[in-house]
Design a protein around this ligand. Sequence first.
Ligand code: ATR
Length: 272
Amino acid sequence: MDYYAVWGNPIAQSLSPLIQGKFAEQTQQKMHYEAKLGDVETFEQQLAIFFSQGAKGANVTAPFKARAYQLADEHSERAKLAQACNTLKKLEDGRLYADNTDGIGLVTDLQRLNWIKPHQRILILGAGGATQGVLLPLLQAQQNIVLANRTLAKAERLAETFQPYGEVQAVAMDNIPDQSYDVVINATSAGLSGNTAPVSAAILKLGNAFYDMQYAKGSDTPFITHCKSLGLMEVSDGLGMLVAQAAHSFHLWRGVMPDFATVYKELKKEMQ
Ligand code: ATR
């Protein structure tokens, strides 16, 4: 039986084994997939043992995505630009291939929502690792991006890296251009406890639809709760992105693309 796992720390909360199990059942693939607790000291050795024991691939989540990128022998272009890897595949010759399916997962979920058409204006809040992981597929989907961050220099660095691939403008979070945005994506790690909304209500009201890359089991995320409290009701959390990035990993490993939207609907119902 082909063997896979998701590595992270913490990992007990991961939905990936459930999602991959549903994909395997749906496409009748014989595979075993489980959650593994990575050790911050010895992650590389753990992965070496895992693959030496015959594993075919792995998903990697926080805090190991950059380290997984480093330990791979070959890298997809989107992983290179993200400088992070969420999917490892053991190649026929034994070398490890690193991909990053987060961005294509986001684009796939925006397609499910019917929120993506070429030449839209997208406002991304945050310029950390989560943003870097998704920029290339968004630009390849011909989205014009305004990248806003509290620390402007970080947004500027990302904009410079990604400029060859499309239109990215870096701005400070308190200097966002006063224009309409087709989609506003929250990619900050700000939990909105107390007074820490990542951006002002006036700016949010310039948006037509609101996507939070985070998700919460059985409730709205703080960002979505905040949007709804402002009367902004065209909202989605990142559960669909989670399922879609998993579908693209599954496709890389098995050569079969599962029907992610069906699994998303099942999961959404089970989590209520
Ligand atoms: P991740 O991997 O989740 O992207 P990260 O690389 O630490 O994590 O990035 C966190 C992002 O959330 C950054 O863009 C950060 O802004 P700064 O670069 O200015 O620190 C943003 N962030 C975190 N808390 C925030 C808050 N309260 N308001 C606005 N932005 C916030």
